[in-house]
Design a protein around this ligand. Structure first.
Ligand code: DX5
Ligand code: ZN
Length: 218
């Protein structure tokens, strides 16, 4: 399916060599680059912030899809926008004012996405579907790569596709996506698949062919 986008998550890459990882992935057919920002508070893990996004910017020629697993979000929007992220995706659970947050992201010049955790009813994103170009459906509890796919989210993907109707909104699936789980997500209505461990398994920036094989297998 040529409308299906694969967004490798550099969380599974070599942290000391992100620039080369991004170039290797893009040379092997990655559609977007997914960048996981974690704050050690909204999720129990820490990654990096705006300076890393800024440093990555010149290496990404596709689309830099920044997943903000942080709370609060609003104080950092300007810095991520200045770092030239293409899309900022904020969690519906990150605070009481997701509507304001998504407006602020758009006002800062980025595409706006909303992410939703496995424990949150899908209806929580209904009021903001006109403010986003993407809903990121978490199929693991966010914080770490390499966790197993939460199967019970699949029918919810189909329900979300119905809620979206004819709006131009992507459904992105994040967590535990591999060659076994991808098909069910796409059948339910997903059109963007984030892949961390499944995309990077067995590969390196020195030998990027494995990345290509992994991407095609998903
Ligand atoms: C999880 C992150 C994911 C992660 C996915 O908190 O949001 O993007 O990198 O990794 P895998 O594909 O290994 O589950
Ligand atoms: Zn993510």
């Amino acid at each position: 399916d040529r409308n299906l986008k694969i967004a490798p998550s550099i969380l599974a890459g070599d942290f000391a060599d992100f620039g080369r990882e991004v170039r290797a992935m893009e040379s092997q057919g990655a559609d977007w680059i997914h960048v996981d920002v974690m704050d050690g508070h909204f999720v129990p893990n820490l990654t990096f912030g705006p300076p890393m996004v800024k440093a990555l910017r010149p290496h990404v020629t596709t689309l830099m899809d920044v997943h903000l697993m942080i709370a609060p979000v609003d104080p950092y929007i300007e810095a991520f926008a200045e770092a030239a992220a293409d899309r900022l995706t904020a969690h519906v659970e990150a605070g009481p004012h997701i509507h304001r947050t998504l407006q602020a992201i758009a006002a800062a010049g980025c595409k706006a996405g909303v992410a939703i955790n496995p424990g949150t009813p899908m209806d929580a994103v209904a009021p903001v579907l006109d403010l986003v170009d993407l809903v990121c459906v978490m199929t693991v509890n966010p914080g770490f790569g390499g966790q197993s796919f939460i199967e019970s989210r699949v029918p919810e993907i189909a329900r979300l596709r119905e809620m979206i109707g004819d709006r131009p909104v992507h459904i992105e699936i994040d967590g535990g996506v591999d060659s076994k789980t991808a098909g069910r997500c796409v059948a339910a209505g997903a059109d963007v698949l984030v892949a961390g461990s499944a995309a990077f398994r067995g590969g390196s920036a020195d030998a990027p062919e494995a990345y290509g094989k992994n991407i095609r297998a998903i």
